[in-house]
Design a protein around this ligand. Structure first.
Ligand code: UDP
Length: 334
């Protein structure tokens, strides 16, 4: 079955979708659905009589899917998409955006690190006309590890200086998007999504709402260092071609070093009559040059790999099951 937003209705007032990627969150999806229902029902403004909760099971191994089947059977406002294998958080966000039918869509983690209590405030900004409302994490010492704070700050600064988007430290994939923005993003087919960069690149004014990060209530973070590095590389490659230019800068630097070394050898030969005993300097020059070449080849390889993935035109995720189907054959997610 295709994942899409074709069943959206607007005759009974706007619909809100809350999209939550879930990987091994069996202990969190139930309490999260209950908390969301409580908060959204308490939001008594006429503007939001209707909401849906869309979970994206990223092929969890811990019974999350069984929990989702149970929740959806008990409450028609709970919907889900389940992947054939683990496609990662960003692909889960993309699937959620395609499955959501809302006029406004909130994206958030389902481990309570993104406080659901903030949603009414995001909605208030949306009602005032904002197309994108970004929840901005305000960190106090102890909320997030010093390592994570420092690396995220350095990374966003790097992205700001070499890329085409400016992402403020503390940004996360905790966002409210208007239907116009969701439809625009759904029209993008690139494989490597870096959502927090893309929503800023679109150019719609972005309204920020600060929040204090909650504590993960169950399970463990599945963002290992390797996954964080993967996401960081995806962000840079999606928003900058400058790393490719490192080759040119490095070539100039090494050419300069080579020329200086040559001048030094000629001068010392003419002045004091002996040549540079060259083994060490030759070897170190080869090593430096070799490292530089490997670095540049690696960077080019990353870009070429992405180009290959895009041209292969494979779907960014495959759906095994949704709330309307028990377990049919896998269908493409685009
Ligand atoms: N997640 C996912 N697929 C993955 C890893 C994580 O859908 O492969 C979900 C996870 O269930 C959570 C959100 O993405 O709702 C953020 O993940 P996590 O809490 O592990 O990251 P952190 O917030 O610690 O950086």
């Amino acid at each position: 079955m295709a994942v899409g937003s074709d069943r959206r209705t607007t005759d009974q007032g706007p619909l809100l979708s809350v999209v939550l990627p879930a990987y091994n969150e069996a202990g969190n999806v139930g309490p999260m659905a209950a908390r969301l229902a409580e908060i959204l029902s308490a939001d008594r403004s006429d503007a939001f009589a209707r909401f849906e909760i869309v979970f994206v099971d990223d092929c969890s191994k811990d019974g999350t899917l069984a929990e989702l089947r149970r929740l959806a059977a008990a409450d028609p406002r709970v919907r889900y998409v389940s992947f054939t294998r683990n496609f990662g958080h960003q692909s889960a966000l993309r699937a959620g955006l395609r499955h959501a039918r809302g006029d406004a869509v909130v994206l958030m983690d389902c481990d309570f690190e993104h406080p659901p209590e903030l949603i009414p405030e995001l909605l208030a900004r949306w009602r005032e006309g904002a197309k994108i409302v970004a929840a901005q994490r305000e960190t106090a010492a102890g909320d997030v590890s010093a390592f994570k704070r420092l690396t995220s700050r350095l990374y966003y600064r790097l992205l700001d200086s070499i890329g085409d988007v400016r992402i403020e430290p503390g940004s996360a994939d905790f966002l409210l998007l208007d239907r116009v923005v969701v439809d625009t993003i759904n029209g993008f087919d690139d494989h490597d999504l870096f959502l927090r960069g893309l929503v800023r690149w679109l150019g719609y004014p972005l309204v920020k709402v600060p929040y204090r990060q909650g504590v993960r209530s169950e399970g463990e973070s599945s963002y290992t260092l390797r996954r964080m590095i993967d996401l960081a590389v995806t962000g840079i490659i999606a928003h900058s071609v400058k790393p490719l230019r490192i080759a040119i800068h490095l070539a100039l630097v090494f050419a300069l070093i080579g020329v200086l070394l040559l001048v030094y050898s000629i001068v010392s030969f003419l002045a004091i009559g002996h040549t540079v005993a060259g083994w060490t300097s030759t070897m170190s020059a080869i090593a430096i040059l070799g490292a530089g070449q490997f670095l540049v080849l690696g960077i080019i390889g990353e870009y070429i790999g992405r180009v290959l993935r895009e041209t292969r035109n494979w779907p960014p995720f495959l759906v095994a099951e949704t709330e309307t189907s028990a377990a049919p054959p896998a269908a493409a997610g685009r």
